[in-house]
Every structure is written in C-alpha cells, then in structure tokens.
Ligand binder design. Structure first.
Ligand code: MV4
Length: 503
C-alpha cells in the first residue's frame, strides 16, 4: 500500500480523499492555489504546496507542476478527484511516465472511451445497446441528412470529443438540420478543439441512470447498482438517488451486466460509471463512460456499504477486488442534495463571499460531505459546490423524510445557497412520488415562477413568517406563566421552522 498520496483537487472531494487516506494509514499531501490558502483541504492535509494563482489553468490544471510536487514530496500516487485533470488521459500517462501511480483508470482505457464515437462502437461490439445513430463522425450535410432520415426525427447532434451535454443540439425537423449542424460544429471546435459531430436518435423524456463499476487489473469487474441522476439544471446535477425508484432487480441486472461487458471490452480498471438513458418503455441505451469518481458517489456507498474512494486507492495499489458480485447487496435508499453557492431566486447566479454561519444537520442516516467552514470565503474561481447532504433510509420514503428535516436543520448565512429551493422540491408531490425525468427541474422552476408571480410570493411569505412568530408567541403566553424560563433563541427558531415549513 502507498505511504503518501498527493490529492490534485480542492473542496469537498479533496476532503473526502483525505478521509480515505486516514483510514488506510496513508499520509495525504495536497496542492492549492492562492485563492485556497485558508481552505479546508489545506488545513486537514499533512502537507500542502502552493502551485499557482487562482485561475485553474494556472493551478489545479497544471499537471506538470502537480507531478513535480508529488515527486518532491515523496508521494507515490496522485488522486485527481473529479473535474480538473481527472479524465485527462495525457495527464494520467504523464503521471505513469514520472514513475507515479494515477488513482483512476489506466490511460489506454481512458483514451478508448474518451472519444464518444469510439466508445459507441466498443459498446456495440460488446453487445451493449446504444442509441440508434452513427458510430463514425458525420462527413457533411448530405451524410447528416441521410442518417437523420434513416433513424428518424427528432435527432441529437453530439460532439464526438465531448461529453456532459456540451455541443449537443436537438434537431426536430430536416429544415433545422443545416443551421444546427453548423452551430454544433462551431461549439465542438470551441470547447474541444475538434469539430467532429455524430448523430443519435433523440430519446424523448429520458431518465438518466448511471451504473457504478469497480474493476481490478486482473480482469475482475463488479457493478454496484445505479444512481438516478435526472434532476439536473443545464447539465448540472442537483439531486441524485440510489437506487432509482422505478427500477427493478431484473432491469438492474441487465444494465449492470452490460456495464461490466463494456468495462471488460475497454480493458477498464479502477472505479467508473457507465451512463445510460432509459426511455418510457424501459429500454436502456449506453451514453458514455465517466472515467472518474463522481460527485454523487456517496449514495452508492450508503446503499452498498462499500467505500468507493478506499476501493479506488486499493485497486490503484494493485490489490485484487475482494468484493464478489454476489456479495453486493443494495439495502434501503439514499438521496443526495448538492448544496451550491448559487442564488435560485436570481437564475442561479454564483454567490461569493464569507460564510457567516454554518449549522450542519446530523442524526440517524445523515451524512455531510463538506469542503467549507464558517468564516471561510467562497471564491468565484471554482465550481460553486459547497457541500453535499446525503440521507439514507430503509425506504425512499424514510430517506426523503430524513432529508426534509436535514434541510430544515441546515443554516448557511452570509451567502445565497440552493437550500431553500431543495426544501420546496422535497414538498413537491411529483418529486415525492418519484415522477422525475430530465425535464422535471425545468418544469418545477417554471411552475414556481408562475405561482410566485401570481400571488406576490415574497410579500406573502414575509407576512406568513410574521404571523407565525406572533402565533407562536401568543401560544407560549397562553401556556406558560411569565416567570417560566424563556425558550432559547434556537428553540424559537426550531418552532418557527416547524410552523413555516407547513406554509
Ligand atoms: C441524449 C438525450 C436524448 N437523446 N441523447 C445530456 C448529457 C449527455 N451526457 C447526454 N445528454 C442527453 N443525451 C439522446 N440520444 C438527452 C440528453 C439530455 C439529458 C441527459 C441526462 C440528464 C439530463 C439531460 C438533459 C437534457 C438532455
């Protein structure tokens, strides 16, 4: 096992990797930018090295500097977290060339799966269903027309080098095709320096599922069930759960075995995620492979009891998988809310500044993965994810119940966050019933906008709060004599929360 690991990331995921290191008796080393001098990962690590100014291209994306620091510190391996250099095959290769271990997939598998058309061809050869379309980038407009005609409109144009929805375009009719193709090519060129586009039939109102896999270097691959990730806003996930409420053991097994076949075909190693779309008839289609640990990995950890980051480190150290497929059992249900420093009342505008108060929930089945603390300044330079609340329950219903109260308990002041929005989502009948697909959040936000306009929501909410406070005070007066010890401020806040959460 490694004695020292360098973590090439920041925020909650760097903290998460530090915890896995502690459990394994490994000394964690971190790197940081000038904007992160006071950050939590720097405080929790054994050693921390300043690598550059705040912009990521000059710090967390400087693979050369990071490798230099790893060698200098005597680390034997680099954990990239997610984002930044995590899926950069060139970086993974440079790590290996420097005599270090990249804690992630081998770079050859990353290359095979990084090009979407190549990944589709690989999936098809492995007997994994793919969305009808091209396995080659399209040549010209005539070719695009022919393919679109063949698979049938609506179609999706996607960047061959892309992923995560960048450079993606929905085309509803032949008239839209020429313009959409030109736009998609320009976007792909700008984002990935590669204008190649391929075509897929568009799946309407799909659900977005991802299968977690683990693979060792000796050909053993297991799947750990799915995460339902349909709740997204502009391709940014907000709430995820495991398992998908609408899934069943048979479909889970078929998707899991498909994911394992693809991993084997690609010579994949370490932890990974295979993304699928599931249509209204419950057909599933391979989309892409995420060759990294994902933000939402805790929901899988909560229902399987497997520490995925620890497994990543053990697998990278060359250990064989000790887990057998038959030993992986799903228990209960888990939900994650990503708490962002964004203002849901202002089109999710990033909210920078000092966190004044931070009161985090706890209790049975509650987990918090946080990268922040009270008194810390949220910077504009990076992803606005502050922390993740995760709730586990024997049933989805119990997990939801626990999350509702965890959200009520959470107090973050000084900046705007997405907590108030989540409190509303956790009261929405459609969400509670599991009626979610990739359009859910846009629908919810539009409906919310509508009601807030029609009843002048802000004013009525303030009025409701004042009414609740008066009501609570008069209740107390009527029940308690004046000489009774007055309840503390926290107690009052709790009472008000219970009252106002019903409004
Ligand atoms: C699709 C699709 C419909 N049909 N492909 C978006 C992210 C990227 N990984 C794939 N995405 C989609 N691909 C076909 N053929 C719809 C989406 C999509 C989506 C997928 C998952 C979660 C949210 C989404 C929001 C819009 C579109």
């Amino acid at each position: 096992m490694f004695r020292k690991i360098l973590i090439a990331n920041r925020g909650e995921i760097a903290v998460r990797v530090i915890r896995a290191c502690r459990e394994l008796g490994i000394s964690p080393v971190v790197v940081y930018s000038e904007a992160d001098e006071r950050s939590l990962h720097v405080r929790l690590a054994d050693e921390a090295y300043l690598i550059g100014p705040p912009p990521s291209v000059e710090s967390y994306l400087r693979g050369d500097r990071i490798i230099e620091v790893a060698l200098h510190s005597g680390a034997e391996a680099i954990h990239p977290g997610y984002g930044f250099l995590a899926e950069n095959a060139e970086f993974a290769r440079a790590v290996e060339d420097a005599g270090l271990v990249f804690i992630g997939p081998n770079w050859r598998a990353m290359e095979r799966l990084g090009q979407k058309t190549q990944a589709r061809a690989l999936a098809q050869a492995a007997g994994v269903p793919i969305v009808p379309g091209t396995e080659e980038p399209i040549g010209d407009l005539a070719h695009a027309r022919a393919v679109a005609e063949q698979v049938g409109y609506p179609v999706m144009l996607k960047a061959a080098a892309g992923g995560g929805g960048k450079g993606m375009r929905l085309v509803r009719s032949p008239e839209e095709l020429p313009g959409a193709l030109a736009m998609a090519q320009a976007e792909a060129q700008a984002a990935f320096k590669d204008p190649s586009i391929y075509i897929e039939k568009a799946i309407e109102r799909p659900r977005h599922i991802e299968m977690q896999i683990l693979a060792d270097r000796y050909g053993q691959v297991v799947y750990l069930g799915e995460r339902e990730c349909s709740l997204q806003r502009r391709h940014q996930k907000v709430i995820e759960e495991a398992p998908a409420s609408w899934n069943d053991p048979e479909l889970r097994r078929r998707m899991g075995e498909a994911a394992v076949r693809l991993a084997r075909a690609a010579g994949y190693t370490n932890a990974g995620t295979v993304e699928f779309l599931v249509d209204e008839e419950r057909h599933f289609y391979f989309l892409e492979v995420n060759a990294r640990i994902q933000v939402e990995h805790p929901v899988t950890e909560m229902v399987t009891g497997v520490d995925l980051v620890r497994e990543q480190i053990c697998l990278a150290a060359g250990e064989p998988l000790r887990l057998r497929q038959s030993e992986i059992q799903l228990r209960g249900s888990a939900i994650e809310c990503r708490i962002y420093a964004e203002d849901p009342e202002n089109d999710f505008f990033p909210s920078a500044g000092r966190i004044e108060t931070l009161r985090l929930p706890s209790g049975p089945g509650i987990r918090v993965d946080s990268g922040v603390y009270a008194g810390w300044d949220v910077s504009i330079h990076y992803d606005p994810l502050l922390l993740k609340l995760i709730a586990w329950g024997e049933t989805r219903q119990q997990a939801i119940e626990r999350m509702r109260w965890a959200l009520e308990e959470t107090v973050i002041t000084g900046i705007r966050t997405t907590v108030p929005l989540y409190r509303e989502i956790f009261r929405d009948p459609d969400f509670l019933a599991g009626r979610i697909d990739t359009d859910y959040l846009a629908r919810f936000l539009a409906a919310r906008e509508e009601t807030s306009r029609s009843r002048d929501d802000l004013l009525s909410r303030d009025a409701a709060l004042i009414a609740a406070a008066l009501f609570a005070a008069s209740e107390r007066e009527s029940r308690e004599p004046a000489w009774a010890t007055p309840p503390s401020a926290w107690k009052w806040q709790g009472r008000l929360l219970r009252l106002t959460s019903r409004l």
